[in-house]
Design a protein around this ligand. Structure first.
Ligand SMILES: [Zn+2]
Length: 255
């Protein structure tokens, strides 16, 4: 059986609670990487998700490129959201089981700017792990550790398929499969990903060396999808397809 860790970024959206209920009904474990300012808009619903057993991770306060921030601004964005998440666990009356963090756009803050970071993907693979502002990247990694953030034990994830073999050298959480549903309807979408059919077909691809290994059993995957308003309908179709394929959804923490 295919094993996956399901991670859902940018939550909570307008339909967050419905998605939580849907996942809960289908006995699907998931981690929501939440944006601090979004949590503030509907903190009760996030507390509700916690009470249903979902894990809430930190995805910054307002979803910036960390390469556009100073070290202090980066720390502030992490800390503020950390406090909001703590508060939400208290509201739910549940002890926070583990602290996990994911950088918006996976930008660890080590580049000259957000734009510079984005342009990395067009440069040779050997250059992608060179950080021009390594002081900033290191400071943010240390800060996360100080606050108690850890990299969960991702069992069965086989990195030999991936370009980013250093993924587990950091404390922030990466992903091994990007569902790319956020490209729905966008003109600049790669690989025809502006179309729903292409996004769903990605799940059946057997191209592990290109980061599409959901149809292969030789690695567990960390799936990234989003809790966005404009892809809500597609969200359910994607999850239903995971259910049809009988994925086993692993817990990211042991309580
Ligand atoms: Zn995000």
């Amino acid at each position: 059986m295919k094993k996956v860790y399901l991670t859902i970024d940018d939550a909570p959206s307008k339909d967050f609670k419905d998605k939580v209920d849907f996942l809960y009904r289908n006995k699907i474990c998931a981690t929501f990487f939440c944006v601090g300012e979004n949590i503030k808009m509907q903190q009760e619903n996030v507390a509700y998700a916690i009470s249903k057993g979902f894990l809430i991770g930190n995805h910054s306060y307002s979803h910036p490129h960390f390469s556009d921030l100073s070290i202090d601004e980066g720390k502030e964005s992490i800390l503020l959201t950390d406090q909001i998440i703590d508060e939400t666990y208290k509201m739910a009356g549940i002890e926070r089981p583990i602290k996990v963090f994911r950088f918006p756009y996976f930008d660890r803050g080590g580049d000259e700017s957000g734009k510079d970071y984005e342009s990395k993907w067009t440069r040779p693979e050997s250059e992608r792990n060179i950080y021009k502002r390594d002081d900033r990247r290191m400071a943010l990694q240390s800060f996360l550790k100080e606050l108690g953030y850890v990299l969960p034990l991702f069992e069965g994830v086989n990195l030999k398929h991936l370009s980013d073999k250093k993924m587990f050298d950091y404390v922030d959480v990466g992903c091994t499969f990007d569902q790319m549903e956020y490209f729905l309807g966008l003109d600049n979408a790669p690989y025809g990903m502006d179309k729903e059919e292409a996004i769903l077909a990605r799940i059946d691809d057997k191209a592990p060396y290109e980061g599409r290994a959901l149809n292969c059993l030789d690695t567990t995957d960390i799936i990234l999808i989003h809790d966005h308003d404009y892809t809500s309908e597609l969200f359910y179709k994607i999850i239903n397809k995971y259910i049809d394929k009988k994925f086993e959804f692993l817990r990211l923490f042991h309580s």
